[in-house]
Ligand binder design. Structure first.
Ligand code: PLP
Length: 453
């Protein structure tokens, strides 16, 4: 019986649960979830720091920053207080031709973290909206420059760019694309995983920058005059945590520059300290034209996303001969006061607690923990960078994904949350995790893996 669920109903197993029928859960096997006897152990009732407390009272280490997003940790006092105070001060004002000071301050704070020359922010409410916004900005930019034929986008196999129609089209996760992915003109580069050359690589693979040359072939095929932008995650996350080979992103930058194609880094996961720098762009020392962000900007406390826009793109809109409203685009909640105040408090928390520095300092222990799996049963690859990593398992015959799912389930029962992605086990802890907690995470997953058939 749950101690935490209030106003619940009793399910067939005699367990107190909230009414389950109305909520269509995202990315979830609804029927299986709603009929679980142990459902209270899968309902998260509270959180603090790196821990969840389930409705059944268990403490679980959130070793995934939930969905790669709770970078500052859960329920951090400064952020909580800022949101509370803001809700009583200015709950909402739009930014359509009027403004609220917080949105300006939040944009300024985000831009100050960005690489030099990327000084403007368009706010959205999610990563998916950030991706659509970036793609629209790219189209608008080329049109302003008299190159309206640049309409095609290039994504990458295994790329994840959210779930809106454009993001799914440029994305490269087959299950996401299958039913919805064909509505805009896209092509895809190959992903960068190369087990023959880079299996069990620590950090950046030394070999494989040549994979970027495939972009040249797509340019030759479609002609640069038809290509608006290339979009990639610097480190792909939801596609299975793929770390780019050394020099690969630099090569993409060179090819895009040579052909007048905009380069978009989707930093929805890598932004806000995941690699120990504010953005992956700084880690790799590669400057894209647009950076999409979300998640860590508010440490997931209030939904917020956005696009960081480089000065030359922004100025094309501000100085161009386009419409009076420079970009016919915006969300009711772009720059929402609650999200803006959460962002300001989150960025202050990152700075005051040096959480990006903590990620950098812990990255060696994290790498060692990931690579301790190398000789374990079923493990076929291990990958890491900063505080993101994955252990890839051989799939069970006829049941792809089942083994990693079982590891996830058993680890949860032992108080550790890691995410199964196909046959990968992904790790992406809050940046405030400490070494002891990390050891606990890896220890539990190792124990579980040694017993999983
Ligand atoms: C790289 C990347 N882009 C976009 C998104 C979509 O973000 P959201 O779920 O906030 O729409 C995600 C979500 O995981 C992501 O990882």
């Amino acid at each position: 019986m749950s101690a935490v669920i209030k106003d619940g109903v009793t399910n067939a197993a005699g367990v107190e649960v909230p009414p389950l029928d109305a909520f269509w859960m995202p990315y979830t096997n609804n029927r299986a979830f709603k009929s679980r006897e142990d459902i209270a152990s899968r309902m998260i009732a509270k959180a603090d720091g790196v821990y969840y407390t389930t409705a059944s009272g268990a403490r679980i280490i959130d070793a995934m920053a939930t969905l790669w997003c709770v970078n500052a940790g859960h329920c951090r006092p400064k952020i909580v207080e800022a949101i509370r105070a803001q809700a009583g001060e200015l709950d909402f004002a739009s930014n359509f031709s009027v403004g609220n000071p917080l949105a300006f301050r939040a944009a300024d704070a985000v831009a100050r973290l960005a690489p030099a020359g990327i000084g403007h922010v368009f706010f959205t409410n999610s990563g998916s909206e950030a991706v659509d916004t970036a793609l629209k900005i790219a189209l608008g930019y080329h049109r302003l420059n008299g190159q309206a034929s640049r309409q095609r986008f290039i994504g990458r196999e295994k790329g994840y760019h959210g779930v809106n129609l454009a993001g799914v089209a440029v994305g490269g996760v087959p299950a996401n694309r299958k039913a919805f992915g064909n509505l805009i003109a896209v092509d895809h580069m190959p992903h960068t995983q190369d087990l023959a050359r880079n299996r069990h690589c620590r950090g950046l693979p030394a070999d494989g920058a040549d994979i970027a040359e495939r972009l040249e072939r797509l340019v030759a095929l479609h002609d640069a005059s038809n290509i608006a932008a290339v979009i990639v995650e610097p480190v792909s996350g939801a596609g299975g945590v793929l770390v780019p080979p050394r020099g690969y992103l630099q090569r993409l930058r060179e090819i895009c520059t040579r052909h007048g194609i905009l380069l978009i880094f989707d930093e929805v996961i890598t932004g806000f300290g995941r690699l120990g720098t504010p953005f992956a762009s700084q880690f790799f020392d590669v400057r894209p034209d647009l950076i999409t962000f979300a998640k860590g900007v508010t440490s997931a406390t209030v939904p917020m996303g956005g696009v960081l826009v480089s000065d030359h793109v922004y100025e094309a809109f501000m100085n161009g001969s386009g419409p009076v409203v420079e970009l016919f685009h915006g969300y009711t909640y772009s720059g929402h006061p609650l999200a803006s105040s959460a962002a300001l408090a989150t960025l202050a928390t990152y700075a005051e607690e040096d959480l990006f520095g903590n990620a950098a300092r812990l990255s060696q222990a994290f790498e060692d923990g990931i690579h301790d799996f190398v000789d374990m049963p079923h493990v076929i690859d291990t990958r890491n960078l900063g505080l993101i990593g994955a252990v890839e398992l051989a799939p069970r015959d006829g049941a792809p994904g089942a083994r990693a799912l079982e590891v996830h389930n058993r680890a949860w029962e032992r108080g550790v949350f890691v995410r199964p992605i196909g046959d990968n086990i992904a790790f992406c802890p809050p940046l405030m995790i400490d070494k002891t907690q990390l050891e606990q995470v890896f220890g539990v997953v190792r124990e579980v893996l040694s017993t999983v058939p």
